[in-house]
Every structure is written in structure tokens, then in C-alpha cells.
Design a protein around this ligand. Sequence first.
Ligand SMILES: [Mg+2]
Length: 180
Amino acid sequence: MGWLHRRGLQQLVAETPLTRSVLDQEPSALAACGVQALALDFDGVLAPHAADQPLPEVTDWLRRAVVVFGAERVCILSNRPYGPRVEWFAVHFPGVRFVSGVRKKPYPDGLIKTGELASVPLSSILMVDDRLLTGCLSALLAGARPCYIRNPFRSYQHHPVKELFFMLLRWAERCFVLLP
Ligand SMILES: [Mg+2]
């Protein structure tokens, strides 16, 4: 499916600034563009890989997102929806749900469930993800809006091997979708 949708993914790469992180996507500005709900990837988007909680500046951003959209319309759609991060959200953002019990991205199931949980059309959901062939592709397959995080949070200090692996994986994904 990544191959079939590579034109859409190419366009996404072309129009995304190299510096794009979740923090330059102000929730009020997203809402003004017709976004009604957020599906947020965790690793790379809210924090470095395998972190237990979002970075402090992202936590502030999440608070603004909850004010704008309502907690029930902010969902975490991670392929790792378990562990201390789930408990952290239950304490700090009790209304924000992890979408689980669905086939992993790039299957569109998680976004379809997000649409049901948030009671909004799929076309109004913004899937924020640092991976082209998981989250961004799932948004294209579901008819949702992809937001490609080109400058993900990384911590080479904590997980040098994993972060290097994911850096290479993201680079390989871009090479794949940019094939003619
Ligand atoms: Mg990620």
C-alpha cells in the first residue's frame, strides 16, 4: 500500500519543512483549518523513543490541545500503547485515550476507532506521526489528514542504538517513497 500511495507520501515529504515538530502545530491554528480531533503518535512525536511520558514542553502543548478540542478528541495512536506512558496519561490527562485493541498502523483501524471515539468524520482527524509508512500511510488509507513530523524528538544519550535504527528507518522510508 505504501507503494500505491507513494505519490501522496511524496507530496507530504515535499511540503513538510525539515524542522516540523508537534510544537509548531498550534492547536488553535489546526482547529481554524477544520481539524476536529487529533490522533497522536507517541514515540518521536511526544517524546524520544521508548520514553515514559511526554516532554515538558509537549505537556504544555497537550494542555492547549485539550482546551481547544476537548480531551475526548485527543487520542494517542501508538503502536506501543502500553506501559508507564498509559499510566502517566491516566493521571495527568484522564480524558485522553490510548487507542488500543486494533491492528497496528499502517492499518487504518486505529483511525477509524479514533473517529468513533471522538464522534467526528475521518476527514477532520489529524494523524500526527514521524513515520511515513505507518502513521502517515494509515491517514491516507483512512481518509484522514497526515501531519508528518520531520524533526522527531530523539535521545541518543538514552537509547543510542534504537534512535540510530529509527533514524535509518525514517531515511529509508523517505528513499522508498521518493522513488519515481
Ligand atoms: Mg513514532
